[in-house]
Ligand binder design. Structure first.
Ligand code: NDP
Ligand code: OXD
Length: 308
């Protein structure tokens, strides 16, 4: 039973020790020390190359070290290999913190205050009650649901949008492209927590922005590919979007001189809304390996036909 790890070396040392203690029958190899490629049953990686995948004839499972799998060329992963994404409580918690931070920043006009401070101006803004602020979360999966729970305590008017219908206590739920306009029309602050798939690429575009109430806030913590960057710039220009908080970008790191760096209505963070925890991520991997060995369903098994 051999696992090959190809990702951050420090995290690898922690995962190796954890698995050695709790799953001693498993041999942990760290790339590039592959040994005999036919030994490898499990691969743990962020972005496995096609060459690596092709060199492992007996691979059964590919574990992503992250929550998303869009960075992988799934078409190059043999059909019989199961793909499992990371479901880590620390990653989920950190994402919820970020979403709360970004929503509150937009809700309480933080960008205006930062600008006023730089200009030495005392410029009080109106205070809108949370129950009158309509927050819309795109993506009601592991991270979207946790973000909703974290936002509940403030009393925001919450809505969510997903592919298949959901019922969530106290949340106005919308599903499918047919209900997107209704969802957006009642959303003052939009949070994108979708996976990047063929269906969701470019979803944060001019058409979407014009369906939001004028001056809405946009938070993108999904993937850079969700956002059509020139469309956001023109929506900020004409006021259909009032401000944006962005953690992910089409090209990362964001290129020097990119207009987002200096835009007064955009806050950027360097793809650090969240991150797989060293210990908690290792425990999540251990849990899934145990489930797999016991013939039980793993957490985060990707449905290839859906791309997430
Ligand atoms: P899940 O797979 O648990 O949830 C995905 C949600 O998106 C589901 O509710 C799903 O609907 C919905 N969805 C998928 N496709 C569509 C569609 N075409 N139309 C409407 N809704 C759709 O994912 P997670 O919550 O775990 O993660 C979401 C994403 O967050 C990741 O894929 C990754 O890109 C991003 N991420 C970003 C990080 C960062 O640091 N910025 C860190 C970690 C993740 P349904 O419920 O019907 O299936
Ligand atoms: C992830 C990420 O997908 O860090 O886990 O973006």
């Amino acid at each position: 039973l051999v696992l090959l790890y190809k990702s951050e070396p420090e995290r690898g040392r922690i995962w190796r020790a954890l698995l050695a203690e709790h799953l001693p029958q498993l041999e942990f190899r760290t790339w590039p020390d592959v040994g005999q490629p036919e030994d490898i049953r499990y691969l743990v990686a962020w972005e496995p190359s096609a060459e690596l995948l092709e060199s492992l004839p007996n691979l059964e499972l590919l574990f992503s070290v992250g929550a998303g799998i869009d960075h992988m060329d799934v078409a190059r992963v043999p059909d019989q290999v199961g793909i499992v994404r990371m479901i880590d409580p620390a990653l989920t918690q950190s994402m919820s913190e970020y979403v709360v931070m970004a929503v509150l920043a937009l809700h309480r006009n933080l960008l205006d205050y930062i600008d006023a401070q730089r200009r030495g101006r005392w410029a009080p803004q109106g205070i809108v009650a949370a129950r009158e602020r309509r927050i819309g979360i795109m993506g009601l999966g592991n991270l979207g649901l946790a973000a909703i729970d974290a936002l509940r305590q403030f009393g925001f008017d919450l809505a969510g949008w997903s592919r298949t219908p959901r019922t969530i206590d106290g949340v106005d739920c919308f599903a499918g492209s047919g209900s997107l306009a209704a969802f957006l029309g009642r959303t003052d602050i939009l949070v994108c927590l979708l996976p990047l798939t063929e269906k969701t690429r470019g979803i944060l575009c001019r058409r979407t922005f014009t369906m939001l109430p004028s001056g809405a806030g946009v938070i993108n913590v999904g993937r850079g590919g969700h956002l059509v960057e020139p469309d956001l710039l023109s929506a900020l220009e004409d006021g259909s979007v009032g401000a944006a908080v962005l953690d992910v970008f089409e090209e990362e790191p964001l290129a020097a001189g990119h207009p987002f760096w200096s835009h007064p209505r955009i806050v950027i963070t360097p793809h650090r809304a969240s991150h797989t925890g060293a210990m908690t991520g290792g425990q999540a991997l251990l849990g899934n390996l145990r489930r797999h060995l016991a013939g039980e369903p793993m957490h985060g098994l990707v449905r290839r036909e859906l791309g997430y």
